[in-house]
Design a binder for this molecule. Structure first.
Ligand code: 5RP
Length: 236
């Protein structure tokens, strides 16, 4: 691994290790998706083996599910548990109010459902994910959509000022299919100073399944650096 990549991975791991300190025995834990959340899943598995930690996991994606199985974290479902004690998940951008853009890994809908029933949402990310305003640097907002409606939604998203791109597979021809069988539209809106307004507009369009805007959901963010971690709490 190149030194720069090594520093990045260390930063992600540092954030994840801090977040896992929130996990207590008998917790139902939401297991986030992406490369940073993966370190948290691994560490929860280590604690189960090393310290006899007893938890049940609710994976937010197929990736999180397979990691949970690999690290021997017992799984539960919404049939058995309607509330989650703590979810640890990653993010693509984090603003000053701890609003988030999520979904570059395509798992935003399940991640948001799990976050919505979590008593506490702890976000883990390396420090470059922190921005002043969401959408900064033209970062796209992932939007999960019903395939049938996708062409109309591309048009409607343009109508409200977005630049939509249908997410294409890399090792598959055609669009990416989410764990829910849907498409993802990545839409650039430029800076998003009023994310709640944009969320309302987007959720008002029939055919939109979910957006990657997580507004006032994160309680704590751990921003990992190669040699330390910064903790930020949301002001309530
Ligand atoms: C997946 C997500 C991820 O949590 C987000 O993309 C961050 O991933 P990574 O930690 O690999 O940068 O929202 O839908």
């Amino acid at each position: 691994m190149k030194p720069e990549q090594e520093r990045l991975e260390k930063a992600k791991r540092n954030a994840a290790l801090e977040a896992v300190k929130h996990v207590k025995t008998n917790f139902v834990v939401g297991l986030g998706s992406g490369s940073t959340a993966a370190y948290a899943i691994e560490e929860i598995g280590n604690k189960i083996k090393r310290e006899g930690l007893r938890v049940l996991g609710v994976p937010t994606s197929h990736q999180a599910f397979t990691l949970a199985v690999e690290h021997e974290i017992p799984i539960t479902t919404f049939e058995k548990h309607h509330q989650i004690d703590l979810t640890i998940d990653g993010a693509d951008q984090i603003d000053d109010e701890l609003n988030l853009i999520k979904g570059m890994g395509g798992a935003l809908t399940r991640e948001k459902i799990v976050a919505s029933v979590s008593k506490s949402l702890v976000i883990v990310a390396e420090e470059s994910k922190k921005v002043k305003i969401l959408g900064q640097n033209n970062h796209p907002l992932p939007i999960e959509v019903l395939p049938f409606a996708a062409p109309i939604l591309m048009h409607k998203i343009s109508g409200i000022g977005g630049k939509p791109v249908l997410r294409e597979g890399t090792k598959k021809v055609g669009p990416v299919i989410t764990d829910n069988g849907n498409f993802i539209i990545d839409a650039s809106f430029g800076s998003i100073p009023q994310p709640a307004e944009l969320e309302l507009k987007l959720k008002g369009i029939t055919g939109v399944v979910e957006t990657g805007l997580f507004i006032e959901m994160a309680d704590v963010v751990y921003l990992g650096k190669p040699d330390s971690t910064e903790r930020i709490e949301r002001k309530k």
